[in-house]
Design a protein around this ligand. Structure first.
Ligand code: CTP
Length: 409
């Protein structure tokens, strides 16, 4: 049988999808769905009920997704609570095929197997694609259970009419790939307004070596960059964080660690190809030692030390001049101690940015190292938005809210 040729919509690319399979004959069609999603760049992890395994083996899903399918609450995948890890990890859950039994169990809040427990532990949108015999489909119990799920925000993909496995004709066939993908896009769009976007974020203060053990850097903690990366990832973007700082990293973010401004520039040149947005929150150094000593500078041998510094090129201004990256919406961040608006506008123009966040480092309650930030977001088209004092994560979400309408497509 040829593979279902339905193309996977762009909005789903790169998403982390948990595919929960229950025990119906349509489970064999879901193998094709898992394969199509994987080939389109989604990360797909499968969990199966014990009846699902009577129709399709976990090895089949492992073959198409490249990852072992979870088959029980107690199976070891390295984590003691596979349902919690899978629920936490997923950005979207698809239950397909969803039998009358699993629909009833989800509606009643059961958590006695890997499928139902994952749903209870999840925080992401859920799409349910029922498939069953037509008589079962028409029963008030099933319809009431589906009503309960819809009421709780679950997206239900109506089954199709046609020939059923029982030999009857009627409603109950698993919806086609196109309808299932459309429902997934709908669920994703309402929750993930950055789905399908690629965002590169920089964070931390770059480090310029003096010798193998010493460096010049600045007070940047990298917290704003990490908050931006987490917010963008939670809203469905594919995020790469190019960072000179180290903090625990959020699920699904690709991290590239760099030290120097030069390393950051090289990494950005690679990562920005095909990206939609650059959020340049890193505090890039302005000067670096003109020479780096090969060996540790010894105190006894060095009565006094003068460091000669040379300027570091402006990374965002350099990237703005690169034609291959012209489609990237560039947002700078400026830490200022006075005249936020005037200095912000001047830097925006000088660095060829589309927008800049100027934040006030004269206030002791915000900025460097703090959990809080405040400032102003200025766009090249003259728009100006006050960013009230908020946690860095709240400010990150506010910046993303204001940015979205400015992005083309
Ligand atoms: N930036 C950069 N390359 C540098 C310095 C800064 O890309 N060598 C970027 C920062 O990442 C930030 C923006 O430019 O997004 C503003 O940084 P800031 O330090 O405020 O700008 P400077 O040009 O260094 O101005 P100042 O003289 O105030 O330090």
């Amino acid at each position: 049988m040829p593979l279902d040729p339905t193309p996977v919509p762009d909005e789903l690319r790169g998403l982390r999808v948990a595919l929960l399979v229950s025990g119906g004959i349509a489970a064999y069609k879901v193998v094709d769905l898992a394969s199509a999603l994987t080939q389109a760049g989604c990360q797909v992890r499968v969990a199966m009920t014990s009846s699902a395994m009577r129709f399709v083996g976990p090895a089949t899903f492992m073959g198409v997704t490249g990852h072992a399918a979870l088959t029980g609450l107690w199976t070891a995948d390295g984590s003691p609570e596979p349902h919690v890890s899978l629920g936490d990890w997923a950005q979207l859950i698809l239950v397909a095929p969803a039998t009358a039994n699993v629909i009833g169990r989800i509606a009643s809040g059961r958590s006695d197997d890997i499928v139902t427990a994952t749903l209870l532990a999840a925080r992401c949108p859920v799409v349910v694609a029922p498939a069953m015999n037509d008589a079962m489909w028409s029963k008030p119990a099933v319809q009431e259970n589906l009503g309960t799920l819809r009421h709780r925000g679950v997206t239900v993909v109506e089954p199709e009419s046609g020939r059923l496995a029982s030999g009857h004709s009627g409603t109950g066939r698993l919806a086609g790939a196109q309808a299932i993908f459309a429902a997934m896009v709908h669920a994703v769009r309402t929750r993930y307004d950055y789905a399908g976007r690629r965002i590169v974020v920089t964070a931390g203060g770059t480090r310029e070596p003096i010798d193998p053990v010493r460096f010049i850097s600045n007070y940047s903690s990298g917290k704003m960059g990490f908050a931006l990366a987490a917010a963008a990832a939670d809203r469905g973007a594919r995020v790469t964080l190019v960072t000179a700082a180290s903090h625990p990293i959020h699920h699904g973010i690709e991290e590239q660690h760099v030290d120097t401004a030069e390393e950051m520039l090289a990494e950005l040149r690679t990562q920005l190809r095909g990206a939609d947005v650059l959020l340049m929150a890193a505090a890039v150094g302005d000067f670096r030692p003109a020479r780096t000593a090969k060996h540790k500078i010894r105190r006894e041998e060095t009565p006094s030390l003068t460091l000669q510094l040379e300027p570091i090129p402006d990374l965002v201004a350099t990237l703005a001049g690169d034609e291959a990256l012209a489609g990237v919406f560039r947002v700078g961040f400026a830490a200022e101690d006075s005249d936020l608006d005037a200095k912000g506008v001047e830097k925006l123009k000088r660095k060829g940015l589309h927008a800049i966040v100027a934040n006030d480092i004269s206030r002791r309650d915000i900025g460097f190292g703090s959990e809080y930030n405040a400032g102003v977001l200025l766009f090249a088209d003259g728009a100006r938005h006050e960013l009230e004092k908020a946690t860095k994560r709240e400010m990150a979400d506010r910046i993303l809210d204001l940015l979205l309408p400015k992005l083309q497509r």
